[in-house]
Write a protein of this length. Structure first.
Length: 162
């Protein structure tokens, strides 16, 4: 599309460029918008499937963490803005589906260190880089999958709140 704009630019008397919208450009813009809408629908439907299946398991409560843009979002195929929107949509759906099914919906405190805390001894790591997929406790040496460790911490967090 930018190439088309470039091809159709007109130089004005003042030496500046003005960009003309041709029918072709209009058509392309429409196609781009249509594709974006289609992708958004696909994402929403996918999230609906997941949140519905989670609510169907009828847990006592669901704990979600707040969005941590620099941390958990590392999918390079999706832009940051789209990932944030997707996360918020996931949270929104999860929250109302919990409400429908009488499930408590808990949002963990923004600073709750779910990934850095050892589920076995409670020690909190100073640093845990995203590339470390296995949590290894500095204190007691416990080894566990990083996401599983953080999920169990969130489950316990919910227990204290619920
Ligand atoms: Zn430990």
């Amino acid at each position: 599309m930018s190439k088309k704009y470039e091809l159709n630019k007109i130089e004005t008397e003042g030496g500046e460029y003005c960009y003309r919208k041709t029918n072709n450009i209009n058509k392309l813009e429409f196609l781009v918008q249509k594709t974006h809408k289609r992708l958004k629908n696909i994402r929403h439907n996918y999230i609906h499937q997941i949140t519905t299946s989670l609510a169907k398991t009828k847990p006592e409560y669901v704990v979600m963490e707040n969005l941590n843009t620099c941390g958990m979002l590392k999918n390079r195929k999706l832009s940051k803005a789209i990932q944030e929107a997707t996360f918020h949509e996931f949270k929104r759906q999860m929250e109302y589906k919990c409400a429908w099914n009488g499930i408590k919906f808990i949002v963990a405190d923004r600073f709750y260190p779910s990934s850095k805390t050892c589920i076995r001894c409670g020690d909190i790591k100073d640093k845990l880089s995203l590339s470390e997929r296995t949590f290894i406790c500095d204190e007691c040496g416990y080894e566990i999958d990083r996401d599983l460790n953080s999920s169990i911490n969130l489950k316990n967090y919910g227990k204290g709140v619920a």
